[in-house]
Design a binder for this molecule. Sequence first.
Ligand SMILES: C[S@@+](CC[C@H](N)C(=O)[O-])C[C@H]1O[C@@H](n2cnc3c(N)ncnc32)[C@H](O)[C@@H]1O
Length: 277
Amino acid sequence: MTDYLDVKTDFADTSVVSAIDESSLWSARFARLLLDELELQRDIRILDLGCGAGFPLFELAHVHGPNCTFVGIDIWPLAIARAAMKLRVHALSNVHLAVADAAHLPLRTASIDLVVSNLGVNNFADPPLAFAECARVTKPGGRLALTTNLTGHFAEFYDVFCATLLATNLADRISTLDAHIAHRGSVESLAKAFEHARFEVERAVEDRFEMRYLDGSAMLRHQLTRFGFIDSWRKIVGPDHERIVFAELERRLNERARRENGLRLTVPMLYLEGRRV
Ligand SMILES: C[S@@+](CC[C@H](N)C(=O)[O-])C[C@H]1O[C@@H](n2cnc3c(N)ncnc32)[C@H](O)[C@@H]1O
């Protein structure tokens, strides 16, 4: 059964942004790392890049208090519209929101003390351009702090995915799969991106957690899989073969879950902080 391939997620649908906003346990694990590691400072101007529907922007605004000012920017108009609605309830008059592409930030040069990005910049279409814009808008001596998942994310799943492609005579897709796995970046490659954008790395804190599922059937139908991952996995396989491949993938994931008493997928994560030189 590959029924989950029939459920299309339409990101231009307001009820989709609403449901995604209500299910941020995934984002929360990264934001917890950010909130644990970030030094809180007085009287600063903070940009949350890729703030989505206001998380962790509003939490950052609450923990910093009223003497700091905030800008939340996201390319997704519906998410910013929802954030604006919630902003009224949060009564945070020091938070401003804008729909914009990180590649062209509507902010003055050297106007920001701290850029934060929870699962943001490194996921954008053109990270080098976004890092360059972060450097432009950050004051000399200002900070960039991001959290991200690293290469090694869902390694157990990708092992099964790779074996499935081989078993379904799609060895020619392995290089696409490898490129997809590598796109997440390592501590070294992200530190290099910081240095390239003239942020001197001052802190790198690694952590990890496990996503636990009863089996592959649960995992493939989970909302995080549908909202965040399945479209890119389908692209690796291609439309002509996806029903056969995903049916076999589900079977193999379920077999693994039976052997190992559940499906556990590792998520390595990173908090990286740099200072604008
Ligand atoms: C994985 S979500 C993270 C959202 C939020 N920070 C959180 O922790 O839940 C990535 C966000 O980046 C936004 N995004 C993607 N490309 C962007 C770009 N080029 N410029 C600004 N935001 C972008 C998406 O719309 C999405 O809201």
